[in-house]
Design a protein around this ligand. Structure first.
Ligand SMILES: C[S@@+](CC[C@H](N)C(=O)[O-])C[C@H]1O[C@@H](n2cnc3c(N)ncnc32)[C@H](O)[C@@H]1O
Length: 420
């Protein structure tokens, strides 16, 4: 399929206003603009670095108006006119129960990102919320699987929302990357609103089911009781250490989560890695892998079983990993882009492809295309300085598949019109 890069266009007659948290380089904003939404507030702050690269690219692209480059903990409130709050919050820090040691209980500690999101929701109560995260979120932490998600459902539900979630693989809906993420969509409760049964919401009538159709239900609907206080859920949920009860589709309302495992209704047309490639004539030298380094790449991608010694105890153990595709197949969607994708050092996790001119890595433009960003979206910062390729790859590892955001954004805009 021929790839066509789409430019960003600010909607002229917006369907509603958006606040974008953890904005990165603006993936939500681009997708939602394509669905008619106007982003009027954004926040992006990188705790690990002094230079604020992602925020600088964001400002270069969208301008400074409504943008804040500070820790979310310092954002006092959102503008009053927000209809939809969105954010792909960082996956390193969703552990909500770290706060339990604090004298103020579960919600006490500043800087735990979930509580910052919830604080802003509590003040502004947007009609819709759309969050994105790694699917591991449904299973964390390892000693109490599902606890963090249970606390999130409970505390967001207590703010007056019903919540849907779905684990989505972008490739199953026709996009050229196998990126698997959990989408969480919350709708503010309205008195007298009829919603239908959990089964029908999850398979047909819910926002996520309408946007991203479900093929079939693989496991029966399970009910998870979350009527306890959030603090008690946090200390008791799944204490036995079994697997997380949260499956890939679910719905939460009034203290009960309903969940089942479903499969996606596959898109009839799909894009693959080969569709997003730039012509070899445009590929800079440093992307081509020299013959003498190919052996190293091959080794890293190969199956291995190595004896290792545990640093602390001195005991030995066997470390094994399976074989990965070498080179990555151009006839399949790509693997997930990770933040370490950039740079010339060989790696098991970076993509390596073979074209008629040899083996090479993917360029920043190709990575942007795999997420659906316009070509060269992240090339310059707000001072007109060129951003390094490694940083651009890092942004794309953090970002999302924009086409999915557009599809969900369209369904939310439809529901917003009905509400008004
Ligand atoms: C998973 S990425 C989201 C990327 C974004 N959706 C995009 O399309 O580029 C999370 C973002 O949150 C930012 N972040 C991390 N901690 C933050 C904090 N305390 N306050 C504000 N932003 C934060 C990170 O710098 C990162 O850009």
């Amino acid at each position: 399929m021929a790839y066509k890069s789409k430019n960003y266009k600010e909607p002229t007659n917006p369907v509603g206003n958006v606040a974008e948290l953890f904005a990165g380089v603006g993936g939500f904003r681009i997708g939602l603009a394509r669905a008619g939404w106007k982003t009027v507030f954004s926040n992006q702050w990188e705790p690990a670095t002094k230079v604020q690269h992602a925020s600088d690219v964001y400002v270069a692209r969208f301008g400074e108006e409504g943008h804040s480059n500070e820790d979310i903990a310092k954002v006092e409130s959102l503008p009053k006119n927000i209809d939809l709050l969105v954010g792909g919050f960082p996956c390193q820090d969703y552990s909500v129960a770290k706060t339990l040691n604090s004298s103020k209980g579960l919600k006490g500690k500043k800087g735990v990102l979930w509580w910052e999101i919830l604080r802003l929701v509590h003040q502004q109560k947007p009609k819709f919320i759309f969050l994105e995260n790694v699917d591991r979120l449904l299973k964390s932490p390892s000693n109490q699987r599902g606890r963090d998600f249970a606390v999130m459902l409970k505390t967001l539900g207590d703010e007056g929302y019903t919540i849907e979630w779905r684990v989505v693989n972008a490739a199953e809906y026709g996009f050229p990357q196998r990126r698997i993420r959990v989408f969480i969509v919350a709708t503010k409760n309205k008195a007298g609103k009829k919603r239908g049964t959990p089964e029908s919401i999850l398979s047909k009538s819910g926002i996520l089911a309408r946007a991203l159709p479900v093929e079939k239900i693989v496991e029966y609907l399970t009910e998870i009781e979350l009527s306890d206080e959030a603090d008690r859920i946090s200390s008791h949920f799944n204490k036995g250490g079994g697997k997380s009860p949260f499956m890939n589709s679910g719905y939460y309302e009034n203290g009960i989560a309903f969940t089942y495992k479903s499969t996606a209704k596959l898109s009839s047309s799909s894009m693959v890695l080969g569709d997003v490639l730039q012509p070899d004539s445009q590929i800079p030298d440093e992307y081509w892998v020299e013959d003498k380094r190919l052996k190293e790449w091959k080794y890293l991608k190969g199956a291995k079983s190595i004896e290792r010694t545990h640093k602390g105890s001195g005991t030995t153990y066997n470390y094994a990993e399976g074989k990965m595709a070498f080179p990555d197949l151009l006839t399949n969607p790509s693997r997930t882009i990770l933040t370490g994708e950039g740079g010339t050092t060989p790696s098991r996790f970076k993509h390596i492809i073979q074209t008629k001119n040899g083996f090479r890595r993917l360029t920043p433009v190709e990575l942007e295309r795999l997420n659906g960003f316009p070509d060269d979206w992240s090339k310059y910062d707000s001072n007109g300085k060129q951003v390094s390729d490694a940083k651009r790859a890092f942004f794309m590892g953090n970002a999302l598949v924009i086409g999915l955001i557009e599809i969900v954004g369209k369904v939310i805009s439809f529901d917003l019109k009905i509400e008004d």
